[in-house]
Design a protein around this ligand. Structure first.
Ligand SMILES: Nc1nc2c(ncn2[C@@H]2O[C@H](COP(=O)(O)OP(=O)(O)O[C@H]3O[C@H](CO)[C@@H](O)[C@H](O)[C@@H]3O)[C@@H](O)[C@H]2O)c(=O)[nH]1
Length: 266
């Protein structure tokens, strides 16, 4: 059976997560789903045994591959590389750390059959974020989410769990896409030539906590996000609206402070 759908996973030092992610994903897809799906890890030369782990799974019959980049680092660029190499018409990106449940992947693929772009959301009734996700991450995430509000209708534009129909990626000019940082979903949502009348697929999921390995979020990634936002505001609204950007900033800093104090006092 030909490959119709691809799951791309950016991975840096994720050896311990590779096996559980692969086995859970293919179990969730079932026999028929597994036959038409490939899983691709895009690893930035972790040298932690990830490659050997994938080779073991290949020997067990799983359709899983690993691309090792030696000349580049970064989440967004890794995802774009995976999308480039993928054989499926439907593409999904998810993290390796199991914070995005593999069991939600079939639902996201289903949504992509009727939506050009679909995104996993943590902000919907019945789902949410694990209570053990650290306070500072909640504050950063809420603030970042508010700052992206004018750019997209997505309820969770910070989500790293999303998918799209490949034809819309191919229709974009690669030079337009910013491959820095972590926020590739927001970038693609803002820049892909999606049909005007199309709606965004939103798939609620519960965001877990990482049990193996560590987050790679750093100060540099936050700065990259702010630079990306500035560029997206210019792209969408023109430089004349830089003032709006500055005002949004001021409001959001106040919002973050309020949220932080609220949490502390709560
Ligand atoms: N290849 C590659 N992969 C990377 C790199 N940096 C991070 N990754 C991979 O990208 C995924 C997410 O990175 P984490 O460092 O685990 O991010 P996080 O703190 O859990 O935040 C994630 O979840 C948030 C909520 O959905 C997202 O907002 C955020 O963008 C990210 O996806 C993981 O699979 C990680 O190995 C890199 O430089 N290169």
């Amino acid at each position: 059976m030909a490959i119709e759908q691809s799951v791309i996973v950016p991975a840096y030092k994720e050896k311990l997560n590779i096996k559980p992610l692969t086995t859970r994903l293919f179990a969730a897809l079932g026999n028929e789903g597994s036959r038409k799906t490939e899983l691709i890890f895009v690893d930035d030369n972790s040298q932690d045994g990830s490659v050997e782990e994938v080779e073991k799974l290949q020997k067990q019959g799983y359709n899983v591959n690993i691309i090792v980049r030696t000349d580049e680092r970064g989440l967004s660029s890794a995802v774009l590389r995976g999308f480039q190499e993928a054989h499926g018409e439907l593409l999904i990106c998810m993290d390796a750390d199991l914070q995005h449940p593999p069991e939600s992947v079939p639902i996201l693929f289903e949504s992509l059959k009727t939506h050009p772009f679909a995104i996993g959301t943590r902000y919907a009734p019945g789902v949410g974020i694990d209570k053990d996700w650290p306070l500072y991450r909640r504050v950063i995430s809420s603030t970042a989410r508010m700052m992206a509000r004018p750019l997209t209708t997505a309820s969770d534009p910070m989500s790293g769990f999303f998918g799209l129909q490949k034809k819309y990626l191919l229709a974009a000019n690669p030079a337009d896409i910013n491959s820095q940082g972590f926020k590739i979903a927001l970038e693609l949502l803002a820049k892909l030539p999606l049909p005007e009348d199309s709606t965004l697929g939103e798939v609620p999921f519960s965001f877990g906590v990482r049990t193996e390995g560590e987050s790679k979020l750093s100060g540099k990634v936050i700065i990259q996000y702010l630079e990306q936002l500035k560029e997206l505001y210019s792209y969408k609204f023109g430089l004349g609206n830089l003032l709006i950007f500055v005002l949004c900033w001021a409001i959001l800093v106040l919002y973050a402070l309020n949220k932080m104090l609220g949490f502390i006092w709560a």
